[in-house]
Every structure is written in structure tokens, then in C-alpha cells.
Design a protein around this ligand. Structure first.
Ligand code: AMP
Length: 416
């Protein structure tokens, strides 16, 4: 049997790195006042259809959707923001002091073509700020937080790009202008862009096709078509980043694939990832909550691709040590086994990692095994040791041995 294409097993020691990343996220996000939300893995298909939009690739061809036994259509979640908003409305979070700051970590599912850094089950670390206002300070602090997180992890080659895509007042006018300009060069565009030009012209700006680049560069820039409120907001966000010492570049073609964004959008790339180099995407989505039947609620957030974050950390040599084993208990004799079990229990309770072989082995073989596992010490227990209460402790790095009582052994290990 094989795992399904685009899914994979995460194994030790790599999982230690996953844990460290998630723990660091929890620490950093907590210091910014975020609390954790845990969400269902599957939701009503309609939630994603309404929020992400029917014309997006994610909804139209990448979701894992099935009809449940009661005839309702459900989907594995392709992202977390829609669920966070549903929860905000359903759980009455508008009654709480605003804004509500939430993060969540878990698997997402999209039927994309698998390649390095792109999977069908992948993991996101997601943070959302819901309610309150659209003050640029909220976007500024959110971006500062993710940059702090990356810095804490030692991620390298981190680059932040920002843009504003306007709001429901100015964006439609720009989109029409863009569509009109694209239509003029329609014949020179590929089939994907020709289609997107009609369904969602902003997506054409995402195109990576070599022969379309020159044409796209000549298109009108949204920054020149923002309404007064959006222009002021964008300036405010840039000022916030400067105040916080966060370096950024501007990219007028950064529009994000999902439909519900407004105003600030941002993307962060990192080193060592090849073509799939985006580790985080985010932005403001003031219109989404209403779209889902909630009260008007300003909101902003980001999603980090955890798989890519880990890949990038591995590329720069941040590989975790194999599982630690402090003590390997080499025991011989049925009477001794009871003592070995008790010793393992008390050493583990004191916080040490202990390997207790379940079957009796000759001391030579046991010590070989201890070496292979990279244990630091072997505790040698035979009849003599149990009778005298003096245990033999061997330091595997240099082969030295000493005799210690149980309390002395604990002291000895603690001092290291
Ligand atoms: P999105 O939800 O599309 O804005 O994506 C946010 C981040 O999730 C991206 O910047 C990627 O790092 C990550 N991501 C999205 N799709 C995938 C995928 N299929 N495999 C791995 N990571 C992904």
C-alpha cells in the first residue's frame, strides 16, 4: 500500500523540527495576544464556495468534495480563514472585546499538481485579527509578528512584499480598466490569461508565463487608481512598517489568488525553495464576514505554508538532532529486570530519556545497541549491582565507568 499522491508521512527526527516551529509560533503569537482556535477539518462546501469564490482554481478544481449520507455536500478545508469567520459569527465572538486575535495550525487539502513545496495535504500556520477597525496599526503589527516569528526561527533570505488592491469602491473601476487594457492585447495572451481576463482580470497579474511578462508590465498599476481612503490606508500601513523597523518591497502585481481580499495584501518569500518560494501570504478581507451572513467586520490575517517553512530551514542546515537518549539500561537476569523497570521509571520522571530493552541481552550486545542509538550513558545492571545497590554507569563517549547509587546517579545526570 502507498500513501495517496501529494500526501506524505512526517517522520522523526524531522517531526522534532515541526514541533519546534509550532512551539515557537505559539510563543510568539501569544506574546502578541493571540489565542488558539481549533477548527473542523471538513465544512459545508458552500462555506468555501461563498467565501473563496466559485471561479477560483481552489474551489472550481482543487477541493476534495463529497456528498455525505444525508445528501449535503462537504469539503475538506482548502484553507482556514473561511472557517475562522464562520466560527466568529457562529460562536458570537462579536460580543467579545474587539479585535479578536486568533491563530490555528493544521492540515489543508488542495488537489494541486504535487512538486517540491507543493502537496495535496499541506500544513498552514494561520493568524487572523477580526473586528475592531481597519487601522493600519493592525496590519503593521500583524506583519511585524510574522517577521518576528521567522527571525526567531532563523529563517534566511526572508523578503516581504506588499501591495494594496483597493476596496469595493475603487477596485471594480480598476478591474474594468485592466480588463479593457487586457482585451486590447488578448491575442498575445495564453488561454489561461484569456479566460481569467473575463472571470477575474486581477489574476492575470499573477501569470508566470515568460511571453506574457512584457505585456503585463505595461498594464495600469492599481496604486494610481486607489480611492482616497485606500490610498491613505496604504500610506499608513507603509508608515507602520517603517516605525516597526520592518523592511518591505512593493509589488503592484501582488493580488493574491483568493477573492475576498481588500486593501493590504502581502507575501513573504524565503531561501532555498525554488519556484514555490512563498512561505506566507496574507492581507485584509473586510468584506468576507458579511458575505458569510455576519455583521460588517473588518479583518486581516495571514497563512504560513509550514511545509515550505520547514524545507527552507532544512536547506540552511537547521536539521534537528535525532531523538535524544540519555540512558540505555543494559540489564541481565530476571531478578534484575524489576529493578531496571523501576530505574527507568524514576529516571524518566526526573526528565531523562531512557531506553529499556524489553528482552534480556548479553552486556556486549546491549552496549553495541546503546552506541547505535547514540545514548550518552549505559546503566549496567546485573545481579552484583542489584545486591550492592551500587550501579555501574558507563559514559559511552570515552568508555569510562563508575559506580553510583541511585540518588548519586540522578545527581550526576542532573549536573550535566
Ligand atoms: P494561500 O492560502 O493560497 O494564500 O497560501 C498561503 C501559503 O500556504 C502559501 O504561501 C504557501 O506557503 C502555502 N501553500 C499553499 N498551497 C500549498 C500547497 N499545495 N502545498 C504546500 N504549501 C502550500
Amino acid at each position: 500500500m502507498q500513501a495517496i499522491k501529494g500526501t506524505r508521512d512526517l517522520l522523526p527526527p524531522e517531526t522534532a523540527l515541526w514541533n519546534r516551529v509550532e512551539q515557537t509560533a505559539q510563543e510568539v503569537f501569544t506574546s502578541y495576544g493571540f489565542g488558539e482556535i481549533r477548527l473542523p477539518i471538513f465544512e459545508a462546501t458552500d462555506l468555501f464556495a461563498r467565501s473563496i469564490g466559485l471561479e477560483t482554481d481552489v474551489v472550481s478544481k482543487e477541493m476534495y468534495t463529497f456528498v455525505d449520507r444525508d445528501e449535503t455536500s462537504v469539503s475538506l478545508r482548502p484553507e482556514a480563514t473561511a472557517s475562522v469567520c464562520r466560527a466568529y459569527i457562529e460562536d458570537g465572538m462579536q460580543q467579545l472585546p474587539q479585535p479578536v486575535k486568533l491563530y490555528t495550525i493544521g492540515p489543508m487539502f488542495r488537489r494541486e499538481r504535487p512538486q517540491k513545496g507543493r502537496y495535496r495535504q499541506f500544513y498552514q500556520i494561520d493568524a487572523e485579527v477580526l473586528g475592531g477597525s481597519d487601522a493600519p496599526g493592525i496590519d503593521g503589527e500583524l506583519i511585524e509578528m510574522v517577521m518576528t516569528f521567522f527571525e526567531r526561527l532563523g529563517l534566511q533570505g526572508v523578503q516581504l512584499e506588499i501591495n494594496s488592491i483597493g476596496d469595493k469602491e475603487c477596485r471594480p473601476k480598476y478591474v474594468e480598466l485592466l480588463r479593457a487594457e487586457l482585451r486590447k492585447v488578448k491575442d498575445k495572451l495564453g488561454p489561461d490569461s484569456q479566460r481569467r481576463m473575463e472571470t477575474n482580470p486581477l489574476r492575470v497579474l499573477d501569470s508566470k508565463l515568460e511571453n506574457e511578462q512584457k505585456l503585463i508590465e505595461g498594464m495600469p498599476h492599481i496604486a494610481d487608481h486607489l480611492c482616497e481612503g485606500c490610498a491613505e490606508n496604504y500610506l499608513g500601513v507603509k508608515r507602520e512598517l517603517e516605525l516597526r523597523g520592518v523592511k518591505y518591497g512593493e509589488n503592484w502585481r501582488l493580488v493574491r489568488g483568493l477573492d475576498y481580499y481588500s486593501r493590504t495584501t502581502f507575501e513573504i518569500t524565503a531561501k532555498g525553495l525554488g519556484s514555490q518560494n512563498a512561505v506566507c501570504g496574507g492581507g485584509r478581507y473586510d468584506g468576507l464576514m458579511e458575505l458569510l451572513g455576519g455583521p460588517p467586520t473588518q479583518a486581516t490575517g495571514f497563512a504560513i505554508g509550514e511545509d515550505r517553512l520547514i524545507l527552507s530551514l532544512q536547506e540552511i542546515g537547521k536539521t534537528p538532532a535525532p531523538p535524544r537518549r540519555d540512558v540505555y539500561i543494559a540489564w541481565m537476569g530476571t531478578r534484575v529486570y524489576a529493578t531496571a523497570i523501576r530505574a527507568a521509571k524514576s529516571l524518566r520522571a526526573a526528565g531523562f530519556s531512557v531506553e529499556l530493552p524489553p528482552i534480556e541481552q548479553k552486556f556486549g550486545k546491549a552496549l553495541g545497541q546503546a552506541d547505535k542509538l547514540g545514548a550518552r550513558y549505559a546503566l549496567i545492571l546485573g545481579d552484583n549491582e542489584v545486591s550492592s545497590g551500587e550501579w555501574t554507569v558507563k559514559t559511552l563517549a570515552d568508555g569510562t565507568q563508575q559506580k553510583l547509587t541511585e540518588p548519586q546517579l540522578l545527581d550526576f545526570l542532573r549536573k550535566l
